[in-house]
Design a binder for this molecule. Structure first.
Ligand code: ATP
Length: 206
């Protein structure tokens, strides 16, 4: 059981090849930090692992099945969810937050209630549009949206970098508590050595 890729290569049109045949596996319960200098491809790797981009070589597999095939299954949310670097990327700007969350495939109302409570989401935030929430509030609802379908893996791309230290610590405390209870695997990118030393169980260098 893992989220894995071997012999990974990717390039944007006209760009240099990235990853040089990297192999990587994230097991349930792990929090794997993806490290590398600026421009090495950390954000790109997050998008590849979550299926938003397709590799040139190397196939992303989730618990033994190709991620591309799993993501095509109807009536099921992807087992790999991405926490975007900027939480507004997870939401349609025209829709109220509650509507965006309700559109998640396979939504379980009891799980949703639990997550809204755990992340401290106030009910009135759900009737607002993304630009009507603060960065920290939007990240809380983005975390709820990413987790509400019960993913097996979460990929977090510098997701809390723009938040103040107190909010950042609070959100990681909630995330890690849920992860330890539910056992999903996590890959994360952060430029904060302090955060990584508290959160990561292992590191992989790009
Ligand atoms: N949509 C795109 N089209 C073309 N090139 C891109 C695109 N997105 C990223 N790149 C290029 O791909 C390389 C990897 O970018 P990426 O954002 O994944 O790196 P990163 O390691 O996350 O960087 P940073 O630490 O600075 O955020 C860079 O050279 C970047 O310019």
């Amino acid at each position: 059981m893992s989220l894995e890729v071997s012999d990974l290569r990717f390039s944007y049109p006209g760009g240099e090849e990235l990853f040089d045949g990297l192999s990587l596996a994230v097991s349930p319960g792990e929090r794997v930090a993806l490290l590398g200098a600026s421009g090495r491809g950390k954000t790109t790797l997050c998008r590849l692992l979550a299926g938003y981009l397709e590799p040139v070589s190397g196939e992303v597999q989730v618990d033994g099945s190709p991620l591309v095939a799993v993501r095509r299954l109807r009536g099921q949310a992807s087992p790999v969810q991405l926490l975007w670097q900027h939480p507004e990327q997870a939401f349609d700007p025209r829709l109220r937050i509650g509507r965006s969350i309700q559109e998640v495939v396979g939504l379980d109302e009891d799980r949703l209630e639990g997550l809204l409570g755990a992340f401290g989401v106030r009910p009135d935030w759900l009737s607002r549009r993304p630009h009507e929430l603060s960065g920290g509030e939007l990240m809380r609802v983005a975390m709820v949206r990413a987790l509400v379908s019960g993913p097996r893996y979460l990929v977090a791309d510098e997701s809390t970098a723009m938040l103040d230290a107190v909010t950042q610590a609070d959100l990681w405390h909630v995330l890690m508590g849920l992860q330890e209870r539910e056992g999903w695997g996590m890959a994360l990118v952060s430029h904060s050595p302090d955060l990584l030393s508290r959160v990561a169980t292992r590191t992989v260098r790009l």
